[in-house]
Design a protein around this ligand. Structure first.
Ligand code: NAD
Ligand code: IPM
Ligand code: MN
Length: 360
């Protein structure tokens, strides 16, 4: 029996609502498999915790998380706490603190998922965005000079280290080689004359070690246009922290919506816990109504199963999500249904039970 220690940070808004369904699905996998166990520990951190304690997580929060194999996170941020405080002191602190430098965000049109694009076939929206997740535009460096004065100047500095840039680009090349896919770099060297010139140079340099990988390079504005016009141009995509953030919400929009977009924040060396989360936020507009789509959180749980080495179970969970969407009987309002969050979770569990036990 293998036990996996998972820290659960449900967080704010719809975070706890969708994570509850992901955990239900993982418990079902555990029961069906019989040879693995998940040991969940819940941490009450988030904006409510901030209201009571004046901080987003316990002072020794990072030490408390250190010995978990994985973190399962819902969403962070809610009106009442400034976003740059709530996010930088919890979500971004974990990503950076545990060197989760690879953010894996699939942009894949699952079977049954709605696509707003005209005449696009399912297999034409099939990419994995590898987002740099530890530095770049999110480095947090800058200054605020002459605050409130007419000569006020604000600086927000991007940090692109040789180590940080090379390792994310290398990760993407390795993945493209393994999967026999093309690799596209998204940057913006025509305007960002330091960071992106460097990024493009590293992309080319590292590429010399992967002559078998076919590459392309797009400016981010053009890439955004082609995501919508010709998504089939992209297979594996590698990009910086901020561009990856923006382009993956666009990716979500063409692959079924925010309720269906999953992400893994990975420390590939496994020196620290990796973190799995839907890419959507706390959705204050629908929080507390029981109508949030849990499928993104469930897909993130499937990514966690892959990370633990249970790729067959990961695939089985994805298949179950597809089955629920193809049937169209149990969907939340964002996908045109009238079901609740927990009814959708139950439907995925029912679908999973119908899938024969994979050999892991
Ligand atoms: P959001 O992703 O929370 O919501 C954008 C829109 O998508 C809303 O209309 C929302 O109802 C809808 N939506 C999102 N997830 C959904 C789901 N599972 N089912 C159905 N509809 C869903 O983005 P926002 O409104 O810009 O941000 C709200 C808060 O969340 C902010 O504080 C923001 O900083 C934070 N945020 C956190 C994360 C995270 O924790 N990873 C990610 C993004 C935003
Ligand atoms: C995401 C979110 C975060 C990000 C925010 C909430 C800091 O938008 O995970 O996509 O920008 O990475
Ligand atoms: Mn985002």
């Amino acid at each position: 029996m293998k036990t996996h220690k998972v820290a659960v940070i449900a967080g704010d808004g719809i975070g706890p609502e969708v994570l509850a369904e992901g955990i239900k699905v993982l418990r079902k996998v555990e029961a069906l498999d019989g040879n693995m166990k998940f040991d969940f520990t819940h941490f009450p951190w988030g904006c409510e915790y901030y209201a009571n304690h004046g901080k987003m997580m316990a002072d020794d929060g990072m030490d408390q998380l250190r010995n978990f194999e994985a973190i399962y996170l819902g969403a962070v941020g809610f009106p009442g706490v400034p976003d740059h405080v709530s996010l930088r002191e919890l979500l971004l602190k974990i990503r950076k603190g545990f060197d989760q430098y690879v953010n894996i965000r699939p942009v894949q049109l699952l079977e049954g998922a709605p696509c707003p694009l005209k005449d696009v076939k399912r297999e034409e929206v099939d990419m994995i965005v590898i987002r740099e997740n530890s530095e770049g535009e999110y480095a947090g460096a800058g200054d605020w000079l002459f605050k409130g004065k007419p000569e006020e100047v604000v600086l927000q500095t991007g940090v692109f280290s040789r180590k940080g840039t090379e390792r994310i680009i290398r990760y993407a090349y390795e993945l493209a080689r393994k999967e026999k896919k093309t690799l596209t770099s998204i940057s913006k060297a025509n305007a960002l004359n330091y960071s992106m010139v460097f990024w493009d140079q590293v992309f080319e340099e590292v590429g010399k070690e992967y002559p078998e990988v076919k590459t392309a390079s797009y400016l981010v504005d053009a890439a955004a246009m082609f995501f919508v016009k010709q998504p089939q141009r992209f297979q594996i995509v590698v990009t910086s922290n901020l561009f990856g953030d923006i382009i993956t919400d666009l990716g979500a929009a063409i692959a079924g919506g925010m309720g269906l977009a999953a992400g893994a924040n990975v420390n590939p060396e496994r020196l620290h816990p990796s973190m799995f989360e839907p890419i959507h936020g706390s959705a204050p507009d629908i929080a507390g109504k029981g109508i949030a789509n849990p499928l993104a959180a469930i897909w993130s749980a499937s990514q966690m199963l892959d990370f633990f080495g249970y790729n067959d179970w990961g695939r089985a969970v994805l298949k179950s999500i597809e089955k629920v969407m193809v049937e169209k009987k149990t969907l939340t309002p964002d996908l045109g249904g009238t079901s609740t969050t927990s009814e959708v979770g139950n439907a995925v569990i029912a679908a999973l039970a119908g899938i024969s036990k994979p050999q892991c």
